[in-house]
Design a protein around this ligand. Structure first.
Ligand SMILES: [Zn+2]
Length: 340
């Protein structure tokens, strides 16, 4: 009888947590999404234990076949101890280690990292970054998280920090950002930023479907309404998204000049709405980057196809990294992808 080994990836969003199981390949044996309650540390652990036990039960793996667990969290987390420091949406668990009690209960290594870093691991293992030694990930959703792979390695910085060039300034606008600075691209292109552009257009009385979509209450305006209006040919909404695409394109110019990536991959909750913006993003990026317009780089901005699975895939890949010392990118994956 062959011995099976499995790993579990957990990815916390704002309201839902995803659980997935895989072995050594990035094909998921199960993927489930559950709503979770923000709770005390004990309450959070109870919900995590339930999710892990359900994932093992659904896939038929025995507890002793589980070899490691990875967890993506929307917060700065100490990679050594798993202690949560802070996060704009995760301010209810400071000083708590979620990894230690999980490791004690299941008797396996448990690793936690910020969600953007885990998504970068996932894109490198299973997505469009898998055949790249150098690529940049933009996690586009409520903000703009960033990840970087250089020389085939996901970049993880000291003091549990991570690449933060989503907070670069690419506009004269002085909108306040969650980080405390003003004018960050994060504040303008994230969901709340897109909603704000829409709200301002409504308040100015511009002729747009957004009036009806928000029920004539600008405070109710959400980013998806701007995308929906643009999909219906609304000129005001289209111009807002064009502006967002230009800002993203400028950020991508800076990313190419700084990291010289082979690709820039847009992931995150808004990635599925990004294809309509890719032409403007790529054009703006090329116009602002001499490496591109002189033909010294052929970097292109593309849209991830991993959907909301990048985080769990990355968490599983990083759990394997911790459980199997010396594992390198590509090993154990049956040479699925030619590398150079
Ligand atoms: Zn910022």
């Amino acid at each position: 009888m062959t011995t099976r080994e499995c790993f579990i990836g957990i990815d916390f969003g704002k309201t839902h947590v995803r659980f997935a199981v895989a072995e050594e390949q990035p094909d998921l044996k199960s993927f489930t999404k559950r709503r979770y309650q923000r709770d005390t540390p004990d309450g959070m652990l109870r919900q995590i234990f339930e999710g892990i036990d359900a994932a093992l039960s659904e896939t038929g793996y025995a507890r002793e076949e589980l070899k490691g667990i990875g967890m993506a969290v929307p917060a700065v987390v100490d990679r050594g101890t798993g202690v949560i420091a802070w996060g704009p949406d995760w301010d209810f668990l400071p000083g708590t280690s979620l990894t230690k009690p999980i490791a004690e209960r299941y008797g396996v290594p448990v690793v936690a990292d910020v969600d953007t870093v885990m998504a970068t691991w996932g894109e490198h293992w299973a997505g469009l970054g898998q055949d790249c030694d150098r690529f940049v990930l933009l996690a586009w959703g409520t903000g703009l998280g960033t990840g970087v792979v250089l020389d085939g390695q996901v970049q993880e910085f000291p003091d549990n920090l991570f690449p933060e060039f989503g907070h670069s300034r690419v506009s004269d606008d002085d909108w306040s950002c969650n980080c405390g600075a003003t004018g960050c691209v994060d504040a303008m292109v994230g969901g709340p930023g897109i909603a704000r552009y829409g709200r301002l257009a409504v308040e100015r009385g511009e002729p747009t479907l957004l009036h009806a979509l928000c029920g004539n209450d600008p405070e109710c305006l959400a980013a998806h309404m701007v995308f929906d209006a643009a999909d219906r040919g609304d000129a005001v909404a289209t111009a807002i998204l064009e502006r967002v695409a230009v800002l993203l394109g400028r950020l991508c110019s800076n990313a190419v000049l700084t990291f010289q990536p082979q690709k820039i991959v847009i992931a995150g909750g808004l990635a599925k709405r990004s294809p309509r913006l890719l032409e403007t993003i790529n054009r703006t990026m090329r116009e602002g980057c001499w490496l591109l317009f002189k033909g010294l780089s052929d970097c292109e901005v593309i849209c991830s196809h991993l959907g909301d699975r990048a985080g769990v895939l990355g968490a599983i890949r990083k759990a394997r990294q911790v459980a199997i010392p010396g594992l390198t990118h590509g090993s154990g994956e049956a040479a699925m992808h030619a590398r150079h």
